[in-house]
Write a protein that binds this ligand. Structure first.
Ligand SMILES: [Zn+2]
Length: 419
């Protein structure tokens, strides 16, 4: 309770009739949003700086540092979202104020409970899980024999390379299963992470964190589910045909006992750890053999592409559309290559670390078609940031979580290197 409210509550004489309206006004709401944007710019800059350092140098210290900043951000946002609720039903709000108040509810992917101990636990667990994922290595089935032999251990990048190559069923199965052993130690932390963020989401008025995620698309969560089903059903006939065809080709290659002609395709045969991109196995399933095809990976290697040249090619796609070149700091601050001397998060991502055109990508680039596509996708995020960094920080992200991803993937349909 505010001190002022306390004084009024114990005032011996009835308060005189207020000349001002009792509740908050649209002007109060506007001032609140301005202040939140100022505060969040500072807090988020601290947060993404700590995140950047942690993701490019995973140690106990960088994890603890990032978790501490995370806690501050969670605390601030927890309070701000509750305060914003006072303004959201006001009539006569400026459209941008109304939009900001609404966006504020969805800025936390994992909202923390207001209990400080639980908030601290959530921040710590989150950093620890990210660290475990980035550091994860598979050292073979016979751990005891090999645990001192570092060379026998493979990280996500090395295991992904085994899957990408294709053609060796048992090796791929071992790589896939090996990588998935990393998650066993994460199980307990992950379950607690879900519990805590569900609790945080409930405090914000959602049933759980899943509902919060589904509610951030300018429609209700149930409407979003219906819309997703509608879109999926449009694509499904094509997906079913493609799945059936790829399964039949893989069955020819590996035998029907390993790839039965009905049912799911084993995930380790699709060339990607998450079975989400199938481009790597194109040579195995190519429909019209002997016809000229674009072997993008071979062209990149023939033309002696390195990491920087690959990113330059990506940049040239955007400048060819009339956009500005990337800032010089991008080239100085990005991580293109996996460092040899420390653990990093290789999962590709795009950043504006200080929300001021401080663009970067963080990748462990391989010279192949998959990463050519990924570079363009990540630069799609960065070019969005480049065009939005002058806006209030709440408006610097895409209209919703899917927006950037869709833009990034749509533009990659238009790229090929010259041959
Ligand atoms: Zn993306």
């Amino acid at each position: 309770m505010h001190l002022l409210a306390l004084l009024i509550a114990v005032a011996p004489t009835p308060a005189p009739a207020a000349a001002q309206p009792a509740g908050p006004t649209p002007a109060d709401a506007k001032a609140f949003v301005v202040k939140v944007n100022e505060d969040l710019l500072k807090l988020w800059t601290r947060q993404s700086t700590a995140e950047w350092i942690k993701s490019t140098y995973i140690t106990d210290d960088t994890e603890r540092n990032a978790a501490a900043v995370d806690e501050d951000v969670m605390q601030y946002l927890g309070n701000a979202v509750k305060e914003a609720a006072k303004f959201r039903t006001l009539k006569g709000l400026d459209p941008d104020v109304e939009r900001s108040l609404n966006l504020l509810r969805f800025t936390q992917v994992l909202p923390a409970p207001s209990d400080p101990l639980k908030r601290e636990a959530l921040a710590t667990i989150k950093a620890r899980l990210e660290g475990a994922y980035g550091k994860g290595k598979w050292c073979g089935r016979d751990d005891d024999a090999k645990k001192d032999d570092k060379k026998a251990c493979k990280d996500l990048q090395a295991l992904s390379a085994v899957l990408a190559k294709g053609g060796k069923y048992d090796e791929q199965l071992e790589a896939w299963e090996g990588w998935h052993t990393i998650s066993r130690d994460m199980r307990k932390d992950y379950a607690r992470l879900v519990e805590l963020s569900n609790e945080g989401a409930k405090e914000l008025g959602f049933q759980n964190v899943g509902e919060l995620w589904r509610a951030g698309y300018d429609m209700s969560a149930p409407d979003f589910e219906r819309e997703t089903d509608r879109l999926w059903n449009q694509v499904k006939p094509l997906y079913d045909d493609l799945h059936c065809y790829v399964r039949a080709q893989l069955s020819k290659k590996y035998g029907a006992e390993k790839v039965p002609l009905s049912g799911p395709i084993p995930a380790h045969l699709l060339g990607n750890m998450w079975a989400q991109e199938w481009g790597n196995i194109y040579p195995l399933v190519e429909p019209y053999k002997g016809q000229t095809s674009l072997d993008v990976t071979a062209a990149l290697r023939r033309q002696k592409f390195d990491e920087v040249k690959l990113v330059r090619l990506g940049e040239s796609f955007f400048t060819s559309l009339g956009m500005d070149p990337l800032p010089q700091s991008f080239w100085e601050r990005s991580q293109f290559k996996k460092p040899q001397d420390r653990d990093v998060v290789c999962h590709a991502s795009a950043w504006d670390v200080t929300y001021s055109n401080d663009l970067r990508i963080k990748m462990c680039i391989k010279i192949d078609e998959e990463d050519l596509v990924t570079v363009h996708h990540e630069l799609g995020h960065d070019y969005y940031y480049m065009n939005y960094f002058k806006l209030p920080v709440l408006f610097q992200n895409g209209a919703n979580d899917g927006f950037h991803e869709a833009i990034g993937d749509a533009l990659t349909l238009s790229i090929t290197p010259s041959t």
